[in-house]
Design a protein around this ligand. Structure first.
Ligand SMILES: *Cc1c(COP(=O)(O)O)cnc(C)c1O
Length: 359
């Protein structure tokens, strides 16, 4: 597909941009450009791709996304490599997952190559927007919304795909320290629901529990399964791994109510490569408490593109609080994080073909 390039009439002044890039935070600073592609069933599908200035959208007030939340998104990062180049990490996996989410939300597929091309174009347009801080990256947010003006309840016939970019520093305030999580009474996803899709609706429903966790001084919320309220599923936006003293590692299996994280999938491979026995299984909150108390559980880590790999230090709930190991960052967590970040930055050999170099 041809991409129309729309020149930016007033890019951010260089001095202002470079100042902002010294302390980007997470999700509040945005680059100058965006990619948009429109979809219209009546026009034969995807059309009118462009890369141009990041600007406000114009939507009809009856646009389907505003009423029935037909929206999906992805999250991936462009990394500055140690050789000065720029690379993406497993973007084909994001493209595939985007279409899996589209299926669940009754939205059209975006050809994977078009997804990748959009990202390449945006990173090229915003190549001067990489943060100057250690551990910084350009966070990319592809998403799709239903734009058709229509209040009936059925899948829309018109959509917009957009990619924006946000220079990002560390996800958690305070950087690389162990986080504290709160066991919520609320659930995130029920069997047969949308838990495995990356859709905004899941996040809307997680805001009250996340707000409660924050109000009580915790960093993240932990969701248990919706049926028995005992099986550990995931955090608001991160998957979990449990590391035992005998070299075993458990991560909750993908039952359809858990988001299939690309970081999760990568860690399974990296941990197995180190000789650890990784099991995708069911792990209960009671077992977790017991294993933490007995010392069998030595580490717990949370992972996702935004926060990379983070140690979970303490777990709190209505029945009290418990600590994992010494409550800090364990050896496996630190080592696997190093390795993953090393691959992403080009400092560690990419033996799995995960890194897509851009020029
Ligand atoms: C995006 C996301 C993750 C992490 O997925 P990655 O592909 O590793 O970034 C985990 N849980 C939820 C709910 C998510 O939305």
């Amino acid at each position: 597909m041809e991409f129309l390039t729309i020149p930016h009439p007033a890019p951010t002044p260089v001095a202002k941009r470079d100042e902002a890039l010294k302390n980007p935070g997470f999700g509040t600073l945005f680059s100058d450009h965006m990619v948009t592609i429109d979809y219209d069933e009546a026009k034969g599908g995807w059309h009118s791709a462009s890369v141009g200035p990041r600007e406000a959208l114009s939507l009809d007030p009856s646009a389907a996304v505003l009423h029935y939340a037909q929206e999906i998104f992805e999250g991936l990062k462009a990394y500055k490599q140690i050789d000065g180049g720029v690379a993406l990490f497993r973007p084909e996996a994001n493209a595939r997952r985007f279409n899996a989410s589209a299926d669940r939300l009754a939205m059209p597929h975006l050809p994977e190559e078009l997804f990748l091309e959009s990202i390449r174009r945006l990173v090229a347009a915003d190549r001067d927007w990489f943060p100057s801080v250690e551990g910084g990256s350009l966070y990319l947010r592809p998403f799709m919304i239903a734009t058709e003006a229509f209040l009936g309840v059925r899948p829309a016939k018109q959509y917009k795909f957009i990619v924006i970019a946000s220079p990002a520093g560390s996800y958690f305030k305070g950087g690389a320290k162990a986080v504290s999580i709160w066991i919520s009474d609320y659930t995130r996803a029920a069997p047969g629901g949308t838990g495995a899709a990356k859709c905004g609706g899941n996040y809307a429903a997680s805001l009250v529990p996340t707000g409660q966790a924050f109000a009580m001084g915790h960093d993240q919320v932990l969701f248990l399964d919706a049926v028995e309220r005992k099986w550990v599923e995931e955090l608001g936006g991160m998957n979990l791994f449990f590391v035992f003293d005998d070299g075993r590692v458990v991560t909750p299996k993908l039952t359809g109510t858990i988001l299939p994280g690309i970081t999760r999938d990568s860690l399974i491979t990296l941990l197995r490569e180190e000789g650890l026995e990784v099991e995708e299984g069911m792990y209960s909150i009671d077992q977790w408490r017991e294993d933490a108390a007995s010392g069998k559980l030595v580490e717990c880590m949370a992972c996702g593109t935004a926060a990379v790999v983070t140690a979970v230090g303490t777990v709190a709930g209505p029945d009290g609080e418990f600590t994992i190991g010494a409550g800090g960052i364990g050896q496996t967590t630190a080592r696997i994080r190093e390795k993953l970040v090393g691959i992403q930055k080009g400092a560690v050999a990419d033996t799995h073909g995960w890194v897509m170099k851009l020029d």
